[in-house]
Design a binder for this molecule. Structure first.
Ligand code: ZN
Length: 253
């Protein structure tokens, strides 16, 4: 059975539509989401509704969570986007049932899901919403990665860094690096930390939207072209969202 795993959509409608079309074209019916449905981008309602309607479950990301607390630990561009998103999504007493249910859904997202040999989180198993497990941790921070690896059994699957790839037990990081499709075999008894990458704001130097297809013994990352210029124009047209958030979509950084 194949499961499409999306993460870090960040209110990017064009990227999400392109990824959904690709998943549909492949005949994959099972879809899950690792969080950060909102933040950074211009289309939070659309992205929430599409994920709510189609994902079997969706986890809480740090940007989803920030809607319900103080976002002072975010950088100014990210914080501005949280305030923009909150203004659009937070219901008032006169708001429609649709708006209320969207908000209630976001507030109730789970922090982790376990299925068979896979443990799904947004960030890391020991701090599911916030901790970054970076692609460079095996080289620059092996003690941290050792500690992260000791906090789960089998295979952890996350997002959050927007950098697709997988850490193996020797802490080597295997990344799709510019390939339109890249598969990695998962040994039956192996231990791994998989990062599915970001659909709505890739940061590995590849501007194409990213998602992963998970099977029992294999993970495949897929890159999908989308019209990021439309998303950039929409970000600039808000007059509120930082132009930095638009520019980075063109370079995937
Ligand atoms: Zn994110």
């Amino acid at each position: 059975m194949k499961t499409a795993v999306i993460s870090d959509l960040h209110s990017n409608r064009e990227a999400l539509e392109a990824v959904f079309a690709d998943i549909h074209r492949r005949g994959i019916r099972d879809l899950v989401c690792l969080g950060d449905v909102v933040g950074y981008g211009p289309d939070p309602e659309f992205c929430v509704d599409l994920v709510r309607g189609h994902a079997r479950w969706c986890l809480m990301g740090n940007h989803d969570d920030a809607l319900f607390r103080d976002a002072s630990d975010f950088n100014p561009h990210a914080r501005g986007a949280i305030e923009y998103t909150r203004r659009r999504l937070q219901p008032r007493w006169w708001s429609s049932a649709e708006k209320r249910s969207r908000w209630t859904w976001l507030r109730g997202l789970p922090l982790r899901v376990e299925e068979g040999r896979f443990l799904f989180v947004h960030g890391s198993p020991r701090d599911p919403v916030r901790e970054y497990v970076l692609s460079t941790d095996g080289i620059l921070n092996p003690d941290k990665l050792r500690s992260v690896f000791s906090s789960f059994e089998n295979i952890a699957v996350g997002g959050h860094t927007h950098q697709p790839g997988v850490h193996d037990e020797d802490f080597r990081f295997h990344a799709p690096s510019g390939m339109a499709e890249f598969s990695f075999d998962l040994a039956p008894e192996g231990k791994y930390f998989i990062n599915v990458g970001s659909t709505g704001q890739p940061r590995d130097g590849d501007a194409r939207a990213c998602y992963a297809i998970l099977e029992e013994t294999r993970v495949t990352w897929v890159r999908v072209e989308y019209d990021y210029r439309s998303t950039m124009d929409k970000i600039l047209a808000t007059g509120t969202l930082s132009e930095v958030l638009a520019r980075r979509l063109a370079v995937g950084k």
